[in-house]
Design a binder for this molecule. Sequence first.
Ligand SMILES: Nc1ncnc2c1ncn2[C@@H]1O[C@H](COP(=O)(O)OP(=O)(O)OP(=O)(O)O)[C@@H](O)[C@H]1O
Ligand SMILES: [Mg+2]
Length: 446
Amino acid sequence: MSYSDYSDDDADERCNTSTSRSHTELKEKTDILDRYADKINLDVHTTHRITKDKALRATVDQVLDPRTLGFLGKIFNNGTLSRINGCVSTGKEANIYYGLNESTAEEFAVKIYKTSILVFKDRTRYVVGEHRFGEKQSKNPRQMVRNWAEKEYRNLKRLYSEPLIHSPKPIDLKENILVMEYLTRGNGNPSPKLRDYNFKDLESVINYYHEMLILMRVLYQNCRLVHADLSEYNTIVHEENLYVFDVSQSVEPDHPMSIDFLRMDIKNVNDFFSRIKKINVYAERDIFKFVITPSNILFNNADDLKELDQEGTKNFLLNYLNTLNLKSSDDDEFNDEVFRSLHLVSSLHNIDERDFSKFSNGDMDTLVDLVGSLKIKDKDVVKRESNNTVSGEEQVDDYSDVDSEIGKCDFSDDEQPQSNLKRFQDKEEKKMHKQQFGFEVAFLYD
Ligand SMILES: Nc1ncnc2c1ncn2[C@@H]1O[C@H](COP(=O)(O)OP(=O)(O)OP(=O)(O)O)[C@@H](O)[C@H]1O
Ligand SMILES: [Mg+2]
């Protein structure tokens, strides 16, 4: 209904209703503030004392509407927190506050999602396609915010239960308020984001780069999640370990856009380490392969992996990363660009009709070498040369048996890995193909 659909009477009535509603809201707000004002300080986190005046002023920023205050009250009443003592960060979608339990001296990060509709409007793409939230996609802004907070809480639990990943411990969730462990470097100050961390030396930068790549793989393989906003801003170095958080937008691998989000994560990570920290990085395609390829395909000695403890597993993965070539030339840069422009689909279910007919007509490259070696490349070239017009199903099945052989890397006996694993091949051929068809399609296995 547009505004002009209302009659003047309607408008008056709406006006009266909205005035009386805002009176009620104001009353609710005042009541609830009276109850909790001396427990809440929303100023930038400092060690200053809270005054009721400050708390009242702070509500003007509309983070704490009466309902949110009510839920915060529940968290106070259940004994998790006794006080909010300053604002650590104000973001587009949520603010983070420093929470305290004064009787146990425990500290918490309290993430309060803003309930305004506007900032949440572009979030649908992360939730649509998530089977976990299938029935819950709502247009009601409150419900949307609640879903979002719940999504972060559930993802955080998943991360926290994975021993190879460091993340803040999830503590409590009430509506749009998420309470988690506070990562602190003392005196109530948060530990530094990776962005602000004072790296000791070059070696330490390289170590954290590797940590980040291993984190992406463990997230994908063990937690079945793609972060979807991974960067130097959503990771913290706490007690020398790399902690990951802000996982409200993370999606499962079967989300239709998960591979696009993953490519974006990889690019962000590489950009930070290469442009800001000035180290050489690996090709995005190689990192992608490292993240998505199951162990029994990526490593010949994958069985050894099962026997290893956390440190052993990390070293094993690190050894693999050390076998990869670092980017060194403009051609490498070009290949990254091609990789970013690839039209990637994880299965035939995700290929749209237009692409499917192009694919069936043999007008599209199936880049099996996304995860492959020279052996596969040859096979792929042979397929193309024979100008086949096989159906998509056959094509995928056909590749599934070679998937089990591709890209295997065995460094158990200190052998140097095959050099063809480490290089992009046939660069000229790819350039020509890209020019010819505009884009390429690669199928991945789940
Ligand atoms: N558990 C925590 N312990 C300490 N600090 C934290 C914690 N969680 C978040 N922070 C701090 O708050 C900032 C914002 O957190 P987060 O990224 O989860 O919120 P956000 O709404 O997504 O913010 P942004 O829009 O800035 O990304 C982080 O960059 C970090 O500095
Ligand atoms: Mg963030």
